[in-house]
Each structure stands twice: as C-alpha cells, then as structure tokens.
Design a protein around this ligand. Structure first.
Ligand SMILES: O=C[C@H](O)COP(=O)(O)O
Length: 271
C-alpha cells in the first residue's frame, strides 16, 4: 500500500500508459469557440460559423476581460443581427478572494452572457472549489426564479466555466475540484501564449485523460491554448466538446484583428 500523502500535497494527474480508446463517432464534432475583443469581431466570428462567441481582450493577457460596455455591445450586436450563438466572457486574471470573485461573476453575467469563464492556475484547486460553491448558489437562484413563475424573469445565463491553465501540466486536485463542481463545461488553456500550442506542450494522453474525466462527469470538455489548424486531426481524435481559438483566427497573431476567412476555415476543418 502507498504511504499517505502529507497534507497539502497534490499528486500529478494519473495518465493511463495506453490511453483508452474513445468512441469518437458517438459524439458530434467539437464546437468552435472563437475569442473576440469587440462587437465587429463578434459579428465576423458568428457569420463565419463559430458556435460560441467568447469575449476576451487579448492585449490584457490570456484571460483578459472585455470592458462591460463593450461586452453589452457584443451581446446586443449579435442578437440584433439574428445570431443566437451563446456568448461566454472571462472576468480577467485573478487571483480573486471569494467576495470579489462573486461580484465580478455577477457583473459579467449581468451583461447578458451565457457562460462566465474563470481562470485557475497551478495550485489553485481551492479557487475552483469556491467557484463550485458559487455555481451551486447561482443555480439555486435560477431554480427559485423558475419556481416563482414568469412574473420573475430568469437570469439570461447558464453557468460558470473554470479555465484550468496547464502550461506545465494539471494536478489531480484541480481537475477533481473542476469535475465535482457541477459546471456546464471545463476548459484547459495556456497562460503563456509564447510557449506554443497546448498540443506541443502537453502529452496527448494527458489531454485525453482531461477530456474523458470531464465528460464522464457530464460536463463539456474544452481545449485551447495557441491551437493551430495543423493540430486539428490530433485534437479531433481526443473528441473534446469545444475547441477554443484566438491566435489562429487572426491574421497577425492573437492581439491582431480577427480574420473571418480563418474562422470559416477552422469551422470547415472541424467538420
Ligand atoms: O479561449 C480561447 C482562447 O482565447 C484561445 O486563445 P489562443 O488561441 O490565442 O491561445
């Protein structure tokens, strides 16, 4: 029997030596999530076939938040143009204490988005647990609003999405907190965009363990992190529910302008 781990130590993610075969044909192709910084880019991404419009200011870091006024403009512009795609938005880089986290999440949700994405770096399993508590409270509020009938409008959003930053790997504690949190989706992403594609940085088996663990708990599994078009065959073999792009959807790097042609090409390549 293994000796018990000292308190506070989190073992690395257990990765099977030969990753289990996944019945990819049972799942639909991954949905395309495209990060946009303003309403014009959002309209381009939606018209080019993005399934989820993700509001993010790339100049402010891996999880840079779009200002609230611009976020509202993005939602309004999409709906006015008849695009029904869900909108996600990040709250910006943490760390957050629990009260600040809740305030940021509620303020972001109030802009009319469906998902609020919150980053969690290495060793931040506790933040993910706190996020799970907030998710449970918000869900209870939604249920109460539903029970109160049509007189009380339902909040126009669905849930929180932890984004696990995994440039150097993913510890089991963070993944366990994410899978147990009752989130609609969990994403893996990179913090340092100069380090290359997630696929080049982490072993395929580790990514597959992430995807399968999240999906086994009923959530969507999403992958992002400087993903490139040439990564798509390997990414598809992992059968994630979401693939997130910014850099590969821009003509001059992730801080440049979104290119609708590139988004359309990514959409076509996803099948
Ligand atoms: O959520 C998706 C990210 O915005 C991906 O950005 P990236 O492709 O530049 O890493």
């Amino acid at each position: 029997m293994n000796a018990p781990l000292p308190r506070g130590v989190c073992p690395p993610l257990a990765v099977p030596e030969a990753p289990p075969r996944f019945e990819a044909e049972e799942r639909q192709p991954p949905r395309l999530l495209v990060s946009v910084r303003d309403a014009a880019e959002a309209l381009q991404a939606a018209a080019a076939g993005a399934a989820i419009i993700d509001a993010k200011e790339p100049a402010l870091g891996a999880l840079g938040a779009v200002p609230a006024e611009e976020l509202q403009r993005i939602v309004r512009a999409l709906r006015a143009a008849g695009h029904g795609q869900p909108v996600s938005a990040t709250i910006g880089d943490g760390p957050w204490d629990e009260a600040a986290l809740e305030a940021r999440v509620r303020a972001t949700a109030a802009c009319g988005v469906q998902w609020v994405k919150v980053g969690a770096g290495p060793g931040e399993a506790r933040s993910v647990v706190a996020l799970g508590r907030l998710q449970a409270r918000l869900r209870a509020e939604q249920t109460a609003a539903e029970a109160a009938g049509p007189a009380r409008p339902l909040p126009d959003w669905l849930g929180l999405v932890p984004v696990l930053l995994a440039d150097e790997g993913l510890e089991s504690c963070r993944l366990n907190a994410a899978r147990a949190g009752g989130f609609p989706a969990v994403m893996l992403d990179t913090a340092d965009k100069r380090g290359g594609s997630l696929l080049a940085r982490r072993p395929l088996a580790e990514l597959q363990a992430f995807v399968q663990t999240v999906q086994a708990h009923g959530a969507w599994a999403g992958l992002a992190g400087s993903l490139r078009t040439e990564d798509l065959p390997a990414l598809r073999s992992l059968a994630p529910d979401l693939l997130g792009f910014r850099g590969a959807a821009c003509a001059a790097g992730r801080s440049g302008t979104l290119d609708g042609t590139r988004v359309a090409a990514l959409r076509a390549a996803l099948g």
